[in-house]
Write a protein that binds this ligand. Sequence first.
Ligand SMILES: [Ca+2]
Ligand SMILES: [Ca+2]
Length: 228
Amino acid sequence: MNIRIATLALCSSLLLTACGGDDDMATFELTVTNITSAQPFSPLTAIAAADDFQIFRLAEPASEALEQIAEGGDNSFLLASTEGDERVFATASGMGALMPGMSETLTLSLPVEDLDNAYLSAVTMLVNTNDAITAVHDISLSSLAMGESHRVMARAYDAGTEANSEAQGSIPGPADGGEGFNAERDDTGSVRVHPGVISMAGGKADSVLSEVHRFDNPVAVFSLTRIE
Ligand SMILES: [Ca+2]
Ligand SMILES: [Ca+2]
C-alpha cells in the first residue's frame, strides 16, 4: 500500500514537471542530410545563441575552434568555448561521422523567454578536404511556429586556415588518412565560399582526391523543426 501511494505521488510529480517544462521550454529538431558524392561529415555542432554570437563571420579569419573543426573535424574546442557564455542558450553534437546519403537529427531545447533573440547555427567538416566546412547560421528560432519547418540547402566554405594542397598526408578523411589540425595557417586567412577540390581527374597530378570527392553544388540539407 505504501509503495502504491509512493508510486502515485512520484507519477503526479513527474506529470507536473512535464507540464511545467512544456510551458517554459521550446524544443527544436535539426536534421542534417549529407548530399555529397563522397565527403563524409565530421560530427555536427549545433548552437542556439543570441545574434551577437557567431561561429564564424564570412570574409573574416576563423577562430582556432573553427580551425580545429575545419582541419580535423574536432568540435570539442568549439563546444568547450561556449560553456559559460551567456549568449549561448543550447548546444548539441552529432554522434559521429555522417556518411554521404545519410541523415542525423539533433535536438535543442531552450527557455521560451530566450526565443526572441535566439538563432541557430551549425557547422561540420567535409573530411576528404584540407579545410572545407558546411554551415548554416542566423536561422531565427522565434520565427518558427509549432510544427513548422525551415529548410536550407547549404554550400561549402573554405575556412582559409590550410592551403587546399589535396596532398598525401594532408587530409584526415578516408581518402587519405592524413593530418588533421595544424596550428600553422598557410591559406587565404578568411572564411569564404569554397572553390571546390581539383582532384587528380581535374589535372592536379599530386592530389590524393578523385572526381567523386568534388562538390561544386550545395553539400548539405539542414531542416529545422519546432516540436515543442
Ligand atoms: Ca583552404
Ligand atoms: Ca591550420
